[in-house]
Design a protein around this ligand. Sequence first.
Ligand code: G6Q
Length: 562
Amino acid sequence: MNSSLSIPSSVALVWRSQWHALQAHAEQLGPRHLSELFAADPLRGERLQAEAAGLYLDYSKQRVTDETLRLLLELAGACSLEERIAAMFHGDKINTTEDRAVLHVALRAPADAQFCVDGRNIVPDVQAVLERMAIFAESVRSGAWTGHTGKRVRNVINIGIGGSDLGPVMAYEALRAYSRRDLRFRFVSNVDSTDFVEATRDLDPAETLFIVCSKTFSTLETLTNAHAARDWCLQALGDANVADRRVVAKHFVAVSTNADGVAEFGIDTAQMFGFWDWVGGRYSMDSAIGLSTMLAVGADHFRSMLAGFYAMDEHFRTTPLHRNLPVLMGLLAIWNANFLGASTVAVLPYEQYLKRFPAYLQQLTMESNGKHVTLNGARVHCATGPIYWGEPGTNGQHSFYQLIHQGTRLIPCDFIGFCQALNPMPDQHGGDQHDLLMANLFAQSEALAFGKSADQVKAEGTPVAQVPHRTFEGNRPSTTLLAARLDPYTLGALVALYEHSVFVQGIIWNIDSFDQWGVELGKALAKRTAAEIASGEDPELNHDSSTNTLIRRYRRQRVPCT
Ligand code: G6Q
């Protein structure tokens, strides 16, 4: 059953030969420019595309030929990609280091689907939580749910960090156009108290609801902020005659897998929305962790987002690899990272509502694939997990695009655009502002691919000394994702596309894309250092000399709060 747990040596051998074939192919292809590839195949832009769940993927501006794709697909075959996709959907424990199934796909499956963990269908549990979320969301949105003093909720603050924050804040921003404008949403994640203070300073506690999101309910930042929130509420609303828990009951709900931790904090578990250990934090925005999203956009839009996720899941599960969007995106990422030497990917959404999408993707991609050992515990043979970063267009064009166009590094780009504006506006010339936005997207990917030759620059009458400075080599690869409109369905499909693309890359590298021991390390280290900083006595410090000196210096200059 667990075909996914390690690569049998016969497969590893085939894999190695495919890898070498790709290396040889990359050397051969090296000198060929995208201009040449397009000239040789006038239909390239129409051919190298795929479409699913409302997303159109144009990968013709990637530096690939049909042979590249054939070899990449062979590599995928050698890695048993299809079997491993099946293993994930089957509920096999493919997160081997944590001995867990990886079933975020069950979160968006229809009610009559079946996903089993340890022989038990988990879909009814998922649906039950969704139902409870919908009832709660409706009661808040309608004003039926009131705070301790009887005022209706006007402010919702999500407290969480990492996977319990980045998904919710990204989704809220992305779907703002569909959100209730009479509800204010804020997100507190950082243990820096400024985050909490700034998020609450202009709010009335009597109108504020906190959603404490923590899978483990033991994360330092989240518990610290949750305690600060409780104090903030009780200071304003606590009453000697009323037990604090009655205030907490009206102003706090929790999302967690840890019922004991939630109860210990003082939130009645009847006000807890559960999820499960087979949902990784960074794959959880469509679980109860998305409660703030549902409060903002309502249960119907949330369901529509789940439908978009599901459409992409089904596409990923059933479509032949050569037409499969996440597979193509994943394999192209491998090609760029391992055979063309790119160490980063720029994500460039031409949609202001997606302004937090690059930050969200940073966690999804880098926490998943920033690994240096294989499933078998051996050191990986090649670069893994490229660095994801980005900004919405057109802002980035006026800052870092310079380096992408004319720098010395190869930076593959993912352009994301929509055919319809959510806030259409004419420009000052009577045109359409959205057309300007999209013209920029198309022009950028074109300029990156084809550049501007020295001859073209000279022909414009440019002084000779300036010609090298104004020349653009081009041959910078990019992918363009185009959809009709940013709506909940499309957002779901887009996120699922990247989730599965990350999975595909992890399979090729044979790493565990679903653990995060690097994050766990940080959680443990900070606890020890915090105790040393707070110590009344001069603590005995046993770190390295740099860390010891920094802690001592900090202890001398800090002004403890009273
Ligand atoms: C995500 C990671 C990590 C996690 C946070 C918060 O995949 O595991 O980012 O989401 O550390 O953890 P809790 O939800 O347990 O507070």
